[in-house]
Design a protein around this ligand. Structure first.
Ligand code: NCD
Ligand code: ZN
Length: 346
């Protein structure tokens, strides 16, 4: 059996780092294994302008462990007031790598997101012209749509119309959770990619609800039934370059998760590479892990793959801390519910 795996250093194409004490607590967890990450802009208040992104980038760089070469790839939070010239200037200067579309009210800190898609048409057209990718949180928010159907309905009602109306727009459908999303991506091969999280490769909706409510498995988009998880595993392990890793590692303090109205988000930065290796090994697809975690993302974003490498070794089951500590309380590390045997060599 293979017991060593050397791959190009991975990147995380969807990551929440937050700010302040939380940023300082979680950033080393990502910077330990990943060379770069697409940094989500859903702070309070959100990262809307190029100036906001520049200031946030400086705070991230200042919080990095000494000697770390981790590179944050910044994004702007699309609002109905976003100025196309500001977006284009931030991209031209190399500051941002994408713009993020949150439908208003879809998830954590998305109140300033888009309600009227016509209002953002000029920004989307400019992005298509300059080749700047749009990262999409793909869920409708209409109260009459069942939460488990929100992604599939989004594809028909929002994503497909936006793509048809904006030819050339490059889109990443983020954290996909359904076979409908996998099918949509594989049926449209120009300028369309998708990120898949670590946790959606591991959990289905039973993990959240059976035997009591398990708040640390609650995230958005919410995990779906097992057939959808299997579709995600096959997409991730297929070698299809349109699918790549975006952990959506989204830390919340335990007291904000373990409460009557708990926040959405799973924190996977710490053990993602071990979990992915286990998932890929079970599919007999360890040879596809490098593509998924380290090559397909840079390909989509038109960046070079990293020139450094990461080695995973297989051995006895390894344990990770159940929580990381922050000055304001603990954050629970995602528990995959099975033993992990692969560790990243120091
Ligand atoms: C994210 C967060 O906490 O910011 N939560 C989540 O469940 N994924 C927001 C998001 O990406 O939807
Ligand atoms: Zn996210």
């Amino acid at each position: 059996m293979t017991d060593t795996l050397r791959i190009r250093r991975p990147d995380d194409w969807h990551l929440h780092l937050r700010d302040g004490d939380m940023l300082r607590a979680v950033l080393p967890e990502t910077a330990r294994h990943f060379a770069r990450a697409i940094i989500m802009p859903n702070l309070v208040p959100p990262v809307i302008t190029g100036a906001d992104a520049g200031a946030y980038r400086d705070r991230i760089l200042a919080a990095l462990p000494v000697g770390s070469k981790f590179q944050p790839l910044m994004t702007l939070y699309l609002t109905e007031e976003t100025n196309p010239d500001d977006v284009a200037a931030a991209y031209a200067s190399g500051l941002i790598a994408a713009v993020k579309l949150y439908p208003a009210g879809a998830t954590t800190n998305s109140a300033s997101g888009v309600a009227n898609f016509d209002k953002v048409r000029p920004v989307l057209e400019r992005m298509a012209d300059i080749g700047l990718p749009l990262c999409v949180h793909g869920e409708v928010t209409d109260s009459d749509i069942d939460i488990f159907d929100r992604e599939a309905v989004f594809i028909d009602r929002v994503l497909d119309p936006i793509r048809r109306a904006t030819p050339g727009l490059r889109v990443v459908m983020e954290h996909i959770t359904t076979s409908q999303a996998v099918d949509y991506i594989t049926a449209h091969d120009t300028g369309l990619g998708a990120t898949i999280t670590t946790h959606h490769l591991v959990i289905n909706r039973n993990h959240i609800l059976v035997g009591g409510i398990h708040p640390h498995y609650y995230c958005l988009p919410v995990a779906k039934r097992e057939t959808h998880r299997l579709a995600l595993v096959s997409a991730a392990t297929s070698g299809d370059a349109r699918f790549f890793l975006g952990t959506d590692s989204a830390p919340h303090m335990d007291d904000a998760k373990e409460t009557a109205c708990g926040c959405a988000g799973c924190f996977t930065a710490t053990n993602t590479m071990s979990i992915l290796a286990e998932v890929f090994e079970r599919e007999d697809a360890l040879d596809q892990l490098e593509g998924f975690a380290s090559l397909h993302g840079p390909g989509f974003y038109r960046l070079d793959a990293n020139d450094s490498y990461l080695t995973l070794t297989r051995g006895a089951a390894v344990t990770y801390p159940a929580k990381i500590t922050t000055p304001n309380g603990p954050v629970t590390v995602f528990d995959p519910g099975f033993d992990l045997h692969w560790i990243v060599a120091p």
